[in-house]
Design a protein around this ligand. Sequence first.
Ligand SMILES: Cc1ncc(COP(=O)(O)O)c(C=O)c1O
Length: 389
Amino acid sequence: MDLYKSKNYQALKINYTNDLYGYALEKGGCIFLTGSCPTPTLKVVYEKLLNSFVTDNKFCSYNTGLTGIKKEIRRYLNQHSQLDVDVDKHILITLGATTFLQQLYLYLLDENSDCLMITPTFQDYYNQVRFTRASISEVAMEERAPNWPLDIEKVRKSIRNNTRLIMLCNPNNPTGKVYSREELTELGRIAKQNNILLVADEAYNYLIYEGQFTSVLDIPEIRSNVVAVRTFSKEFSMCGWRVGYAYLPEEIQKELFHLQLSFNTVAPSISQKAAEISLQSEEIKAEAKKEVLRTKEKRNFITNCIDEIGHGLSYIMPKACPYLFVKYTKDIRSYDLCKDMISKANVIVSPGIGNGESGEHHFCVTFADCMEVITEGMGRLKYYFSNHY
Ligand SMILES: Cc1ncc(COP(=O)(O)O)c(C=O)c1O
């Protein structure tokens, strides 16, 4: 069968979490403290969507995106980033964040280029980059409180002749780090000096527990070299609707727009309309804000549980995102540890190795699910550490 596999496909490596996910599903009876979007879309989104059919029944778009959503995004960026954006020149409406990044990598990378990742980071980037056959370099953040500082000099020294982009997850999945304005400014300067792009995945820009979020778009002096992607999957629990948007420098937006035309990867019109409604509606935004408070309570619950477990487990308090990145001291690979948890305690968490080399000897607990599931899952983790670790 290898006959059929392209070199691009052969460059992929195991997706550790998905692999264990399959194992847990097969075993059955597991609690999943992985994944990130279990909350259903608010009923009011559907209601408003249905009502909108009455007044506007011709919202069909091709790849340019619907006027309504573009207007709302423009308003949002004006309000949050003091950015008066020409949406037709800088914005793409995308099929979620994932598809956009995949296309951006295909545009920027090939077997002669390198992608610089700041790690630990979201594991899906890895196979997407590998598929282009580019190499991956990693710069690890420093694992210390508060907020995982980044050694900018290390980043500077890791830029090679063939580096095409610096990939950033801000706020960071899985550590909950929120990059400071200074760090982003420095990274943007490095990108400018080397004529490369600073790409920021800002999927969790709204889920901040402490401090303030700064977007790469908030810093005018680096905008010429930044790409920012956002999604409606998280803030509005619209994971299955597959809609997001990206800001890009004008030239690149134009070229990626042409890629979108060939690949037909604009979000479905109905999803765009639902996203427009979500950005517009004070009621929906207020609900999303309440969810942030609820998630913060879950974070506090989870960290208390880890404190109680002891056994040398440690973490840096996440300032954002529904993830806790836990370090352990035992000499066992994170993949093996997580598999053992499934097998002996019927609970699945993500092995840190999926988040980059610096993620080894960690596991990631997701606390996006409801309290009942989280409480049961943490109970099983406690059981595992008391009886099998
Ligand atoms: C950091 C980050 N970016 C992107 C995504 C996926 O976003 P989308 O559903 O828009 O593809 C996820 C999902 O977990 C994520 O954690």
